[in-house]
Design a binder for this molecule. Sequence first.
Ligand code: MN
Length: 395
Amino acid sequence: MYKLLSHNDLDGVGCGILAKLAFDKQVKVHYNSISGLDREVEWFFENDDKDLFLFITDLSVNEDNEKRLETFYKAGGKVQLIDHHKTALSFNNYEWGHVVVEDDEGKLTSATSLFYHYLIEHELLNPTDVVTEFVELVRQYDTWEWEKNDNQEARRLNALFFLISIEEFEEKMLDRLQTSEHFYFDEFERKLLDMEDEKIERYIRRKRKELVQTETGDYFAGIVYAESYHSELGNELGKEYPHLDYIAILNMGGKRVGFRTIHDHVDVSEVASQFGGGGHAKASGCSLTEDAYKQFVTETFHLEPLQQDAKKNHYNVKRSAFGCLYKNRAGETFFLYEGNNGHWIIEHNHKEIEETFESFEEGEKFIKRNYRAPLVRDEAFVQYLMDRIKKQKAQ
Ligand SMILES: [Mn+2]
């Protein structure tokens, strides 16, 4: 008999699915949160039959359990820990530990991909195309490689995982991996996933209209209130407003702030660490401390949302050879165009400003950061150009 303790995310459940493929009714699988695993391991030592072969995947144990497992192993117990997190590398010091972050070809691993190789190597599972494809989708999702590869199937596999219960997901996947040649989503799942995608799109469209802009420290940040879809929001809002260094997403119910950036010059783990949080360069978070509350809520709550650029233009478009026009709520106009020397020039209320810009992006950044002006609609742009020509003729 086998027992598998794994993480309760897609990668962790991927391991459970593989275990059931390999061992069928001979395995008991339990999924845990990061903090819940140690209790499960203690339970194993207190209650379970010690002839069980214990697998721990996608998670690692605390120091007490580390010692217990080593004693257990030394006394002839069967245990194998398989993980891919950098923080778990020290478990390689044990014969029962197998932690790999990057494989021989330099590809990032996931617990599911490591466990798959383990099962094949030990001749506990025969590799098939469909399982290999499933394992690769899980790996790409878990390592965020899907984003770089725009692997929508991997993203949708994770979306499906959250739309249905873990039991239902396991059952569906097990059946598919045993009966079909290649991985696929069935018609019902595709419909469900399409609906979910549309729902996210509508949510983001709404949130786009609520974003306020603020200057904090060295950075310009966009602030929005949202409980869900943080990655999608951070990505979309970042692209919509590239003049902002990062997006702060406030989850008031959870009393948390998420930080996301699409830029390489910003490390949002540093921003989060100023408030006692942490994370990665492109995605991080912290608790809504008193300081964070003051900076992101109190000081910005009264601000009006940023106005969006006109979307359906044919003429007043960014980087146009005819220039493009911005106008803010106060009625100030900004005409941005490329001068003869390749520099970009701004006319603020019809008067050329002294500063010039190396690129269109720099010019737009200046306008949006200092004056919060969006791109106007075509009609207003054409009117502006006509007035401009009249004025030039009159001079
Ligand atoms: Mn994982």
